[in-house]
Ligand binder design. Structure first.
Ligand SMILES: [Fe+2]
Ligand SMILES: [Fe+2]
Length: 285
């Protein structure tokens, strides 16, 4: 059981202060708890929310998803993505609400990491693709929480990152005593995410410490770094947390594969209108 509050520096984040999930989103979450949920009912509710609808369609039409034909209906998107990814989209949308404008690049970074993770999961024959893509979508939720509750500290932290050319995780640990990985993990416990998603959030910067889901965590670790390396990142967090070479072992991969992986990822990014802008020099931050 997670604690009733999380202490970060001299601040406390209480469970009762966590962002509330809009009632329609909550309704969808309740419905998809039942494995025999009605696709009609879920897609009907999603269609009423244009932000959710566009995220569902964007994800299912991501070139990394590997579909040959464009999906135009939310209903088909719901069927193809499955309950876990729908859950991830809803929770990240609720949490990111209001923060997207203030954290330019955050949603795109999450989306790109998820798309790349999906691509790699297929490449390395991982069967839990849906959960892995959801974990990738939510891997940095700790950052959103920090941004929401520790605004003043984050201004200071951003200054440190710029002046000391330090990566954000290092700065968080030095100043707050906790990184966004641990902070996100607490939220994942509070929201009772499946174990694989909890491990992805907690260990995405140190995959060798992950347990049973080390392969999935390693894939997200690599996807996160690749997304950042090609410039798809949250504007105030430009420095990359070091790559953990152990992750290649967990993926039964070789260092030489990285070149192939980056080239595959670039193909995906170039054919994805939502991501292409980053590599054509028009970045949003
Ligand atoms: Fe991270
Ligand atoms: Fe990240």
């Amino acid at each position: 059981m997670p604690g009733e509050f999380l202490k970060i520096g001299d601040k406390r984040i209480e469970i009762k202060d966590l962002p509330t999930i809009p009632s329609v989103h909550n309704r969808i979450l309740k419905i998809i708890e039942d494995i025999n949920y009605s696709v009609e009912e879920v897609s009907g509710l999603i269609e009423k929310d244009h932000v959710l609808s566009s995220k569902v369609l964007k994800l299912v039409n991501s070139p990394s998803y590997g579909l040959n034909n464009k999906v135009a209906s939310v209903r088909r998107g719901v069927i193809l993505l499955g309950a876990n990814l729908i859950r991830g989209i809803i929770l990240s949308t609720s949490l990111f609400r209001g923060a997207e404008d203030e954290m330019p690049g955050m949603w795109d970074h999450s989306y790109c990491t998820s798309a790349v993770a999906g691509l790699l999961a297929r490449r390395y024959n991982l069967i839990t693709i849906e959960e892995l893509m959801t974990g990738a979508l939510l891997h940095d939720i700790g950052k959103v929480l920090l941004h929401r509750y520790l605004k003043e500290e984050m201004v200071y932290l951003n200054d440190i990152v710029t002046s000391k050319k330090m990566n954000m995780l290092e700065a968080e640990k030095a100043i707050l005593g906790k990184g966004h990985d641990e902070i996100g993990w607490w939220l994942a416990e509070v929201w009772n995410f499946p174990p694989i998603i909890k491990e992805i959030i907690r260990f995405h910067h140190r995959p060798s410490e992950a347990g049973d889901n080390i392969k999935a965590v390693s894939i997200v670790h690599l996807s996160d770094i690749v997304s950042k390396a090609i410039g798809i990142t949250y504007g105030s967090d430009p420095y990359i947390v070091p790559f953990d070479p152990e992750c290649l072992k967990a993926m039964n991969s070789l260092e030489n594969d990285i070149t192939d992986i980056v080239s595959d990822v670039m193909d995906v990014v170039e054919s994805d209108p939502a991501l292409k802008i980053y590599i054509s020099g028009v970045s949003n931050g």
